[in-house]
Design a protein around this ligand. Sequence first.
Ligand SMILES: NC(=O)CC[C@H](N)C(=O)O
Length: 404
Amino acid sequence: MSDAILVLEDGRTFTGRAYGATGRTLGEIVFNTGMTGYQETLTDPSYHRQIVVMTAPHIGNTGVNDEDAESRRIWVAGFVVRDPARRSSSWRARRTLDDELVAHGVVGISDVDTRALTRHLRERGVMRAGIFSGDALVRPEGERRPVDELVDEVLAAPVMAGADLAGEVSVDEAYVVPALGPDGQPLAEPRARVAAVDLGIKSMTPQRLAERGVEVHVLPATSAIDDVLAVGPDGVFFSNGPGDPSAARHEIDVLRGVLDRRIPFFGICYGNQLFGRALGFGTYKLRYGHRGVNQPVVDRTTGKVEITAHNHGFAVDAPLDAETVAPFDGGRYGRVRVSHVDLNDDVVEGLEALDLPAFSVQYHPEAAAGPHDAAYLFDRFLDLMTTHRDGSTPDAATTEKGAA
Ligand SMILES: NC(=O)CC[C@H](N)C(=O)O
């Protein structure tokens, strides 16, 4: 195994060994505290352009299987681990993690003091970084490249703030995930039909809806409101995704079209941030974000605390205490409240419109990877769609699907 170096934009360096592909990679460096789920993390499109540090020290133990990928490829820009497993041990493993990283051309580094690195990122905040190994470490004449030169390359990489990335990870063509019955077989009569805008969707999300008898039409991020309406949806879903929500102007316009028509809406993660912005709230970048599978969140509707999976670096800036009139366009969307809050740091983790059939969460009820405490949110979405359709909501008199 050859040498590798991790270079942060503030000049801090960590030496280690090449892991996965060798070469050079640049991105925003973030840490994930999950003890499990590295395959789901690697294939989560929300990590596009990010170098992920795993704080769990031993990575690769269960290899890579053919079932747990959350999308068609690995998206992380680079991978940083402490102690890679020397062999995979799982009846489901088909390949080693090292081989999988090589096959996908993902440059990684191992034997890094990931505790020191994570403490550094907690203090200084996430920043740009690069991993350099193999030819990327040496000049053509064979001498080692000085760190200053590597730092300059890191500083030339784009920052995450302002990045509009959903279009880079979304599908090109729409597809349908069929509704399933209790026996796992396709349902002839779906219980509801959802238009799901793919901003970087994880495959487990339409699956969780399909398991509840919902037919899911997954649409490209570039879809216009007419494409969404063409599905004839009982509800619209906006997925997780990479990038800065303040850059997603097209998607926010489409979402306002959904809200104006009072079509039931549910958003996850990036979808929550876009819902917040559509309502007129701001979003901001967290110092180091939430990434892992054990974040405590309180659901203020029931008072229950749930342990949840997270992957976000931005958050919605909305008042925690009271119902607020959504600021957009003089209160056009009525009242809103913060429905979920992170108990570690009081970050907004969910929004609920009180005068529209719409809600969202900042975290991952699809739970891939992670605990399943928040699965009830998919049931809430289905309930919202069916009661809205049957006209049995309290505000049904004023709720007319298709009204402009
Ligand atoms: N998982 C997500 O949807 C992430 C949303 C956004 N890109 C963030 O970092 O906050």
